[in-house]
Design a protein around this ligand. Structure first.
Ligand code: HEM
Length: 362
């Protein structure tokens, strides 16, 4: 294995030597044997010229091999050749050995012979360099493969980059304290909600003043009236006897045979004067009548069904109940509940006297 390499090296050395002799013969008119020192010493500028042409000649003559050698080791062989004029020096061989190692990394199939010579020195390195370049060559693809893996890593990094969005919720968490204030705002809204109750509470306030029958609610505020009004409502409701629920009253009012207007009354509407209304106060076996918006109603049948109690309802007996009704529960549908209890129309005393006079004239 080593012998062919050595032979090839010797052949190349001889080739260089044979090429160098005619050049010296041609270029140096003096037949002095030590060509390089003389040529260099005599014409310094031509010496440089000689070096360059020599190198060019060598390059041109051995362009196929030298180019490869120069590819492998450009600096070391040139330095060795320039420093050591005798071409016989094995320095190029050493450079070739170096080139073999270098060319292994490059493309050195043709140099497999020279590489084999170097391999002779170490067989294991042969496999190892072959493996090493393969590994090194494979590593780039592996690196390429890693580069696609890197995208995965980048994806992984992207996922961590996606992780930053969680930090975005952190700013959202910072708004959470802002949300906390809204939670704190509900108390404010509760205060605002207190504004809505006040409307209802304001409706409930009059009963307090009315129940006390005194204008004690002059300095009362809405917020203070709301809870007190609720307590007073609960206190005012009356437990109705069985069979006297609002539904029972609705069922009774739906039956026209019940004669809720009262017994012994003419079928049409009566003209009721305030004096007549005053006599219908629910005492002495008489029904209790009350007026509301110009109409007179018999409230006696509804008394046991009144949620506020019979006594509260009869407070308006024999007189107009519009004010009391409006102070306590203006939202209640009067006509819807007492429509069947309608007796007549409230008229003035003069109108009745005139009618009575006209009736007397007839
Ligand atoms: C004569 C004057 C009247 C007085 C002083 C009076 C008084 C009251 C009182 C103190 C309550 C209890 C308050 C409550 O539970 O919220 C009440 C409830 C009620 N009253 Fe009267 N009332 C009168 C006339 C009437 C009349 C004529 C009707 C029917 C047309 C009526 C129907 C009702 C109803 C339906 C309730 C229940 C209201 C509710 O639960 O929200 N009231 N009334």
């Amino acid at each position: 294995m080593g012998w062919p390499g050595v032979g090839s090296l010797a052949a190349t050395a001889g080739y260089f030597f044979s090429r160098s002799q005619p050049n010296t013969d041609k270029k140096s008119p003096d037949p002095t044997s030590p060509t390089p020192p003389d040529s260099r010493s005599e014409p310094p500028s031509p010496a440089a010229d000689e070096h360059t042409p020599e190198s060019h000649d060598a390059d041109v003559s051995t362009s196929p091999p030298l180019v490869d050698e120069e590819d492998g080791s450009q600096n070391t062989p040139k330095a060795s050749a320039s420093s050591a004029p005798p071409p016989v020096l094995a320095v190029p061989t050493l450079s070739l050995n170096d080139d073999s190692s270098d060319n292994d990394n490059a493309t050195g199939v043709a140099r497999g012979s020279s590489g084999q010579t170097s391999v002779n020195g170490s067989k294991t390195p042969q496999t190892t360099p072959n493996d090493a370049p393969t590994k090194t060559r494979m590593q780039p693809p592996s690196l390429v493969a890693t580069s696609p893996q890197q995208p995965t890593n980048t994806t992984n990094t992207t996922t961590p980059s996606l992780m930053p969005p969680p930090p975005i919720p952190r700013p959202r968490q910072t708004p959470q304290p802002n949300r906390a204030p809204p939670t704190l705002q509900p108390p404010r809204s509760s205060a605002s909600s207190l504004h809505t109750p006040p409307s209802a509470a304001g409706l409930r306030v009059p009963p307090t003043s009315s129940s006390s029958s005194s204008s004690s609610g002059s300095g009362l505020s809405n917020s203070t009236l709301a809870p007190t009004a609720v307590k007073k409502q609960a206190s005012r409701k009356v437990v109705l006897e069985p069979g006297y629920s609002p539904l029972d009253w609705a069922a009774r009012a739906a039956n026209p045979n019940n004669q809720l207007r009262g017994a012994g009354l003419p079928p049409g509407l009566l003209r009721v004067t305030p004096s007549m209304l005053k006599t219908q106060n629910g005492r002495k076996g008489r029904d209790a009548w009350t007026s509301y918006q110009g109409k007179v109603y018999n409230i006696s049948p509804y008394a046991p069904y009144h949620p506020g109690g019979k006594g509260e309802l009869l407070r308006g007996a024999g007189k107009d109940s519009a004010q009391l009704f409006a102070e306590i529960h203006p939202w209640v549908n009067w006509d819807g509940i007492l429509g069947e209890c309608l007796v007549g129309i409230l008229v003035s005393e003069n109108d009745i006297q005139a009618e009575n006079g006209l009736d007397a004239m007839d």
